[in-house]
Design a protein around this ligand. Structure first.
Ligand code: FES
Ligand SMILES: [Fe+2]
Length: 362
């Protein structure tokens, strides 16, 4: 499809064409070219904390629907593996349990908890067997505190995905955090419309009266980096602020919230009370689930500041995003232009999304 190359200079650029949000064939391409090749939140509570355990996990249910297996071996090392037998494709583990090895119940193939092929009956005469292709495929994974990220064939390393956020978020006590609250929202809109809306503070004065009271719109800033962007919300006088250490790049600014976006669909928000995550998961061309997690580091500040009433902000965002979904179905709407001062994050996202959909080599 043409028109997916978005001009580098925002002053010349137009948005992605509306077909991106409404065409079922383009949606299928996004699942394979974007979601199967990126880092995704896979789990937020370790399903196998004990040694010699295995638990099934589906990466992006109803989107990738990829059956995976989290194991902890006898030495305590965690592995993320395919949950599909390398013989004829049977599913291996249905429920979390303790086990010394993984045994397929179809024809008895056995694997170690590290995924290595161990034994197969009736294969003595097979030539060139076993080979590495008989091991369970290993899936790239990485942790941020209790959050487990995984990618089927991620286009970059986890470190380059995080990029400058590693330094920006170094003050967050990731290893002390746990998920205190989990909510799932479903929106009647394409996943990228939800992301577009997240990526600008332009709509705050129009859509979020409560946020507009706390944030200094004039000082609100957006930075982009290779795989994402960061919006820095500056608090008005008297607002609850982040305690940033002297070494932090934003030390000295009145930061009330950091809103980080990682392509294609992970949002990490830092407030005075802790961290919230929005993991955006496509369910279809115009249906999206948002897994919304709160990780509280200071409960006494939970009801203060711009991160106090996230449910209300979410409802306001969902209403506008569903309204846009109805709008982009119009035969009379094709594409728009960007505000060079206020839509830097959206422009960067459209460039990344357009490029991922064209570049089949990635
Ligand atoms: S499918 Fe697993 S042993 Fe045959
Ligand atoms: Fe919003």
């Amino acid at each position: 499809m043409k028109d997916l190359r978005i001009a580098e200079d925002i002053r010349d650029a137009s948005t992605l064409p509306a077909d991106i949000y409404r065409d079922p064939e383009l949606y299928r391409q996004q699942v394979e070219r974007v979601f199967a090749r990126s880092w995704q939140l896979a789990s937020w509570n370790d399903p196998t904390p004990e040694r010699e355990t295995a638990a099934p996990l589906t990466l992006l249910p109803r989107c990738l629907d990829e059956p995976l297996l989290v194991t902890h071996d006898a030495s305590g090392t965690r592995h993320l593996l395919s949950n599909v037998c390398t013989h004829r494709g049977n599913m291996l583990v249905d429920t979390a349990c303790t086990m010394r090895s993984i045994r397929c119940r179809y024809h008895g193939r056995r694997f170690g908890l590290d995924g290595r092929f161990a034994h197969m009956p009736e294969f003595e005469e097979a030539r060139g067997f076993p080979s590495p292709t008989d091991d369970l495929p290993r899936v790239p994974s990485a942790r941020l505190g209790p959050l487990l990220f995984a990618g089927i064939r991620p286009a970059q390393s986890f470190e380059s995905w995080l990029g400058p956020l590693a330094e920006r978020f170094a003050f967050v006590p990731w290893d002390r955090l746990k998920v205190d609250e989990e909510r799932h929202y479903e929106v009647d809109a394409h996943w990228a419309l939800y992301c577009d809306n997240y990526l600008e503070g332009f709509h705050i004065p129009f859509v979020h009266a409560s946020l507009a009271d706390g944030l200094d719109y004039g000082e609100y800033s957006t930075e982009t980096f290779e795989w994402g962007s960061l919006q820095v919300g500056i608090g008005k006088e008297g607002e609850d602020l982040l305690d940033l250490p002297a070494s932090h790049p934003d030390h000295g600014r009145n930061v009330a919230a950091l809103y980080a976006f990682l392509f294609p669909s992970t949002m990490i928000n830092v407030y005075g009370w802790g961290v919230s995550i929005n993991a955006v998961q496509p369910l279809g061309p115009n249906r999206t689930r948002i897994v919304f997690l709160s990780l509280v580091s200071d409960a006494s500040r939970r009801s203060r500041g711009v991160g106090a009433d996230l449910h209300r902000v979410e409802m306001e965002d969902e209403a506008i995003v569903e309204s846009v979904q109805r709008g982009v179905r119009s035969r009379l709407y094709h594409r728009g232009r960007f505000s060079p001062s206020r839509e830097i994050g959206v422009h960067h996202f459209h460039r990344l999304l357009g490029r991922s959909m064209i570049d089949e080599e990635r």
